[in-house]
Write a protein that binds this ligand. Structure first.
Ligand SMILES: [Zn+2]
Length: 264
């Protein structure tokens, strides 16, 4: 049995995590075309690359926050460890409008990476289209001007697995969207087999999908030492652990062995 997920409405959208738009835009390319030689090399490394030699001047390139670890409106969710596979499967996939599978691609996905957004992670592939296409400028204006803002992925997977009991959702007693001892029931997309396409949509089933400026290698800021926001000492497993919270995660380091005493 295979499921194909397109859209639905079920789980309430979570609260938007805080974003630093100033920081995001400062590292992104907002020029019109915004393609790099690295982008071009990645495109020509795709299966079925372009038939003719293209240059960076021929392309429009943007990024797309396409899918991630937030529960979508049908109650489905990608596991964090499956995101590298999902990003791999989206390479070369077509970009459509509104999951119209009777149409052909208006752009094509390539490259990209996995990015943190608040408590979630998302695959953020790039997409390119050709400036010489008769509708190219319209598409660029719609994305850059903020008219087209959300995306949705169509994919094939093998099993919907309950997050509460890790069984096939069709065989367990839990109901998606119901709360059990303070935990919301949802399901995992397991056995991901393929990505059919990614679409520009009026609303994405998963929250926080978006289109973003391209990031050129030369525009990325140099890495700098991180300043910890706070430090916490905890006792666990008979050791004292130093937990240091950074803006993009938590680093835990054992610093001492904790010896329990009779008095606790
Ligand atoms: Zn269950």
């Amino acid at each position: 049995m295979h499921y194909q997920i397109l859209q639905g409405t079920f789980v309430p959208r979570p609260t938007l995590p805080p974003l630093d738009a100033t920081k995001d835009f400062a590292t992104c390319c907002l020029e019109k075309g915004c393609a790099s030689e690295e982008d071009l090399a990645t495109i020509y490394a795709l299966p079925n690359p372009p038939l003719v030699p293209l240059t960076v001047e021929d392309l429009y390139v943007r990024r797309c926050r396409l899918a991630g670890t937030a529960v979508d409106q049908k109650g489905g969710c990608f596991r964090k460890q499956d995101l590298p596979l999902l990003l791999k499967l989206v390479q070369g996939a077509p970009a459509l409008i509104g999951h119209n599978h009777q149409s052909i691609a208006i752009a094509r996905f390539f490259g990209g990476n996995i990015e943190q957004l608040g408590e979630y992670e998302y695959i953020v592939p790039k997409l390119y289209w050709l400036k010489d296409h008769s509708r190219a400028e319209d598409l660029r204006l719609e994305i850059d001007g903020g008219l087209v803002t959300e995306a949705s992925i169509a994919f094939v997977f093998q099993q919907a697995t309950c997050n509460l009991c890790e069984r096939d959702l069709r065989l367990c007693q839990h109901q998606v969207g119901e709360w059990y001892d303070g935990v919301l029931c949802h399901y995992w997309y397991d056995g991901i087999e393929s990505v059919l396409e990614g679409s520009l949509v009026y609303r994405g089933a998963e929250p926080f999908t978006a289109f973003l400026p391209n990031q050129l290698p030369s525009s990325l800021p140099p890495s700098s030492p991180q300043t910890p926001n706070q430090m916490l000492l905890v006792k666990w497993n008979k050791k004292v652990w130093k937990l240091v919270e950074y803006s993009d995660g938590v680093d835990s380091t054992p610093i001492d062995t904790f010896r329990e005493t009779a008095n606790g």
